[in-house]
Design a protein around this ligand. Structure first.
Ligand code: HEC
Length: 110
């Protein structure tokens, strides 16, 4: 009895930790200063379609894990958008922010 109820609580705790880690809460991501800028901007603006790891594929978003584009091609898509993907030029702001996101995207490639 005692053992099984301990196990039960452990399961609940583990499950809620798992959910917390996978929750994409942009407000929390953005205020987490330990995240590199590119990753922070990605979590904020890109993960909603592409997912944290790049392969979510919502709204027809391409899999960034298999994306073979160069950094400058990635930057072009971020700035101009493509089909179902809107332009992020005015959203992400400076050229160096766009550089950071493009560099981060290139690290998602497997
Ligand atoms: C509204 C959903 C949406 C958001 C948000 C979004 N994308 Fe996309 N993305 C797409 C779609 C849809 C495509 C596929 C475009 C096509 O080729 O038809 C795409 C394609 C791409 C590609 C090209 C991949 C390839 O291999 O051709 C890159 C790179 C990319 N997105 C990066 C980003 C980055 C970086 C952000 C954040 C700044 C972002 N996306 C935000 C929907 C989105």
């Amino acid at each position: 009895m005692a053992i099984s109820s301990k196990f039960g609580w452990g399961l609940v705790l583990t499950t809620s930790l798992f959910v917390a880690c996978n929750e994409s809460n942009p407000a929390v991501e953005a205020s987490d200063a330990s995240l590199p800028l590119g990753q922070e901007l990605y979590a904020l603006h890109c993960a909603s379609c592409h997912g944290e790891s790049g392969d979510l594929g919502l709204s027809g978003a391409k899999n960034l894990k298999t994306c073979a584009l160069t950094i400058s091609e990635i930057k072009d898509i971020i700035k101009s958008g493509k089909n179902g993907m809107p332009s992020f030029r005015g959203v992400i702001g400076t050229e160096s922010n766009i550089d950071s996101v493009a560099n981060y995207v290139s690290t998602l490639h497997e």
